[in-house]
Design a protein around this ligand. Sequence first.
Ligand code: SAM
Length: 203
Amino acid sequence: MRTFIIKANRAHTKADFSLTDLPGTSGRIDLLCRFLNSAFLLSHGFRKNVRVWLSLYGPPNPPKAIRFEGQRMRPKTLNPDELSTAKLIIKALKAGENLREPGKELEVLPGIYVSKLTFEDIVRRTLRGSALYYLHEEGKPIEKVHFPANVAFVLGDHEGLSREDEAFLAGIAEKVSVGKKSYLASHVVAYVNIHLDSLTPPP
Ligand SMILES: C[S@@+](CC[C@H](N)C(=O)[O-])C[C@H]1O[C@@H](n2cnc3c(N)ncnc32)[C@H](O)[C@@H]1O
């Protein structure tokens, strides 16, 4: 099982943005759409062994968490284009508008859940079943890491993680790097997926 968690500091927590200007009006939900694309999609295929958590902290109602569970999702729900993925996020935000209870998750579509879980809640939950890694330029080269079967990766958005988030992860997540340059979060996820594929013998 592979889990990818992205902390999106500016991503709007209400569907109050324009689909015709996602980068300019949504706090970079366009970035999250590409992230989901890289996490789940293969050419003519879908990775069922993937879970993605979008941890949204933008205005007006942070936090919001959207969980995508590959095992339960219908593969045709997620398509390669950004627009249809943004519509899934909008659907989740609308369904979660009146959520108040911190631990309650609402299933919006099969395998897609919205909640008020915090970034810390998500990480703690994830730690129960997976080894945790923080993807960072200055981490250990990915080729040198021995990964167990269940792995989870934390990434930042275009601004990266805050000092507080990094302090929270220190000691519970090993820093892993895919190179010395700063890459787009979606490209890092694609690289990690392809690297893990190379370690798994084909069925
Ligand atoms: C666009 S980058 C963020 C850049 C931001 N300026 C910063 O200082 O973190 C988005 C995320 O991708 C991941 N990332 C980027 N380059 C990486 C690399 N070479 N190795 C591992 N992770 C990387 C990190 O988690 C980063 O927070």
